[in-house]
Ligand binder design. Structure first.
Ligand code: NAI
Ligand code: MG
Length: 336
């Protein structure tokens, strides 16, 4: 690649600015140069620009094809719609990839968990189509299309092939939602037929949650619609040490944004307490995405070695290191 890579940097709300600057610090320490263009989104954008998702922010991500994003706060029950959903839909970032991996030195219920969640990111109940039929009766519309289901299934199988994964399990509730989840399942099965070397099966979502809690090592890759993917992501994060360690990417045909699974954590915002590792590992995925795989691996190794040593653990992992201290300790490992 020639020239300097540019990326859009969205600090976000709550703990966003703290974990984003921690991640930028770590990415800088790899020696990979990314020129960041700072843009706003979320509650901060409302305060500064009067809208949660300014056109300028969208344009910047479109032009750069790359963004690192802190979480943004979405009001509950009323107020503006989620800008995360809007971003993913507007930029057609249709594949949400969330690796779930046991980390050395982290106390959790299981060792050797290594699975990847692939979540459809643009439709389902997140279509935002809700209306009041009559007072006291509301309808939320679940949209599942053949096009989006086939596209996400193709993405998942291609990912499996590229990354040496052996098995994909589609997660659904097609026993109840026979049409919508039935269509999703049909599309997955059709795509699976083109990948004979990858084992394919399916499981009903409630049973899947139970099996995950009993033994997550039973799974390799999970392929889910939007809502199930959202819920199962947090469940899986809890299996390997919590949201402070769970990274993610939103990938489309023309670009990608990288953000942790967690939200803006208002309960600990502004206190330098948040665990930045989830976003730092999302940063490692960003490095892989731009072809800097060696740097991505170095970041993951630096995180592992920090966790294994156990000296600079963040609060959620039982330590007392601040957000910036964790970042500094990882950056130091990278530069030495
Ligand atoms: P949350 O993920 O922000 O927090 C859940 C719990 O995990 C809290 O106790 C929090 O302190 C803890 N936690 C989260 N990240 C952490 C970290 N890095 N280090 C240490 N502890 C961490 O979920 P919640 O409270 O349901 O949502 C808060 C806000 O975030 C809402 O407005 C929600 O809409 C938004 N949100 C935004 C997302 C995004 O921008 N991608 C994703 C999820 C939620
Ligand atoms: Mg979520």
């Amino acid at each position: 690649m020639t020239g300097i890579r540019k990326g859009t940097l969205i600090a976000g709300d709550g703990i966003g600015p703290e974990v984003v600057s921690a991640t930028v610090r770590v990415l800088e320490a790899t020696g990979v140069v990314i020129e960041w263009e700072a843009e706003v989104a979320g509650a901060m954008a409302i305060a500064l620009e009067g809208t949660p998702l300014p056109q300028k922010t969208l344009d910047s991500i479109r032009t750069n094809g790359l963004a690192l994003k802190g979480p943004t706060t979405t009001p509950i029950g009323s107020g503006h719609a989620s800008i995360n959903v809007a971003l993913r839909k507007t930029l057609d970032l249709y594949a949400n990839v969330r690796p779930v991996k046991s980390m050395p030195g982290v106390k959790s219920r299981y060792d050797h968990v290594d699975l990847v969640i692939v979540r459809e990111n643009t439709e389902d109940l997140y279509s935002g189509l809700e209306h009041i039929v009559v007072p006291g009766v509301v309808e939320s519309i679940k949209v599942i299309t053949e096009k989006a289901s086939t596209r996400i299934a193709k993405f998942a199988f291609a990912y499996a092939r590229e990354n040496g994964r052996k098995r994909i399990t589609a997660v659904h509730k097609a026993n109840i939602m026979k049409l919508s989840d039935g269509l999703f399942l049909d599309c997955c099965a059709r795509v699976a037929a083109d990948y004979p070397e990858i084992k394919y099966d399916d499981i009903i979502v409630d049973n899947c949650c139970m099996q995950l809690v009993l033994d997550p090592t039973r799974f390799d890759m999970l392929l889910l619609e939007n809502l199930y993917g959202d819920i199962v992501s947090d469940l899986c994060a809890g299996l390997v040490g919590g949201l402070g360690l769970a990274p993610g990417a939103n990938i489309g045909e023309r670009g990608a944004t990288f953000e942790a699974v967690h939200g803006s954590a208002p309960d600990i915002a502004g206190m330098n307490l948040a665990n930045p590792i989830a976003l730092i590992l999302s940063g490692a995925m960003l490095l892989d995405y731009i072809g800097e795989n060696a740097a991505g691996t170095r970041v993951r190794n630096a995180v592992s070695s920090l966790l294994m040593e156990g000296k600079h653990l963040p609060h959620d992992l039982g330590g007392s290191a601040s957000t910036s201290e964790v970042a500094e300790a990882i950056a130091t490992r990278l530069s030495s």
